[in-house]
Design a protein. Structure first.
Length: 141
């Protein structure tokens, strides 16, 4: 997929090549959400990770081996991301894989979409930019 960044006042410019990899949704009860997705929807549970920087636990599920993945994001009380939301407002972020992370971030910044959160570990990095709709877009290599 090729993503095009544009504004009503600027010409459309071809930008980074991306691949849509998974969806992250916010949940209030992680164990209940895991049970629903594994028992009712028959998704495969692949594990969970605690992310201290955002005070959350993320559970990773997949629809089938090699298939589309779903992250269940459960934020602790006290996390700036643990906000109240109504049904239908639980979309957390949309992740896209890019070939050149630094290049993609530079293109996004030039188009008016700088990094709003830059998550890093010793072995990986997954920064977020904000779409005009307010949705956070995760970019990773």
């Amino acid at each position: 997929m090729t993503v095009y960044f544009f504004s009503p006042l600027a010409p459309v410019v071809e930008a980074m090549k991306t691949k849509f990899k998974y969806t992250g949704i916010r949940v209030k009860d992680l164990d209940a959400a895991i049970a629903f997705h594994t028992k009712v929807l028959r998704m495969k549970y692949r594990g969970r990770n605690d992310i201290e920087a955002t005070k959350e636990t993320v559970a990773d599920l997949v629809s089938e081996e090699g298939g589309f993945a779903l992250d269940l994001n459960c934020y602790e009380k006290g996390s700036p991301y643990a906000t109240n939301y109504s049904v239908g407002e639980g979309l957390d972020h949309l992740p896209f894989q890019v070939e050149d992370l630094e290049g993609a971030l530079a293109e996004a910044k030039k188009a008016g979409h700088p990094v709003v959160l830059d998550m890093k570990t010793a072995t990986s990095r997954w920064p977020y930019i904000e779409a005009p709709s307010g949705t956070w877009i995760e970019l990773f290599a």
